[in-house]
Design a protein around this ligand. Sequence first.
Ligand SMILES: *Cc1c(COP(=O)(O)O)cnc(C)c1O
Length: 239
Amino acid sequence: MTLPDATADLRIRENLAQVRATIAAAAARSGRKPEVVRLIGVTKYVEPEIARLLAIAGLIDLGESRPQELWRKAEALADLPVRWHLIGHLQRNKVRRTLSLVACIQSADSLRLMAEIDREAAAMGRSANLLLEVNISGDAAKHGFPPAEVDGALPQIAALQNVRVLGLMTMAALEGGADEARRDFAALRELRDRLLANCPSEISLHELSMGMSGDYEIAIEEGATIVRVGSALFEGLDQ
Ligand SMILES: *Cc1c(COP(=O)(O)O)cnc(C)c1O
């Protein structure tokens, strides 16, 4: 293992400051305070030693899209107060181990998965924080509830006693650029607003997790409360 050098540490701190300034500016444009937007550092492109620099620099909300990679990094960084977020598809046979390591599963994408999370959380004597992933762009390659099916699923989700739904998560269409991304983010916010009309009291739809390196400013302008940023935090590092 090669230890990250001082340049890597400095670069990460600069990138983090830059991303935070960009978040603050976008929040101000949407008439909100910067602290209402939570930054998740997505560490899937880097080794644990680099992820560690981010946590030491003060970003303790970290995200991984693959459960096994999250396990590996959570173990490597177990000495730090990191809050891990799973942001990619979770198979049911990986629920137990993942649940013991994460602060939030942002990618709850089916009732079957949520029922399994509920069972495992009950067995552990705790509750699990979740976001409902919505496939807002309708992209066949993406996971997530079809937007039209969320409303109908809410009563069944509310009946799961050991899961706490905190909001919605989505990814914008991969192709289509800024205009398409803005449409997708606005669509998630509008879906949330419609769902609130008859949302069971057990479920909160407060959080909107949307926006990545290429589009997080747009997501914040459209109401994001959580942005998931990876590559912008690691620019300029040779890996
Ligand atoms: C990889 C990933 C991100 C971060 O992507 P960047 O473009 O590197 O910022 C955000 N959300 C999800 C679900 C991801 O898989």
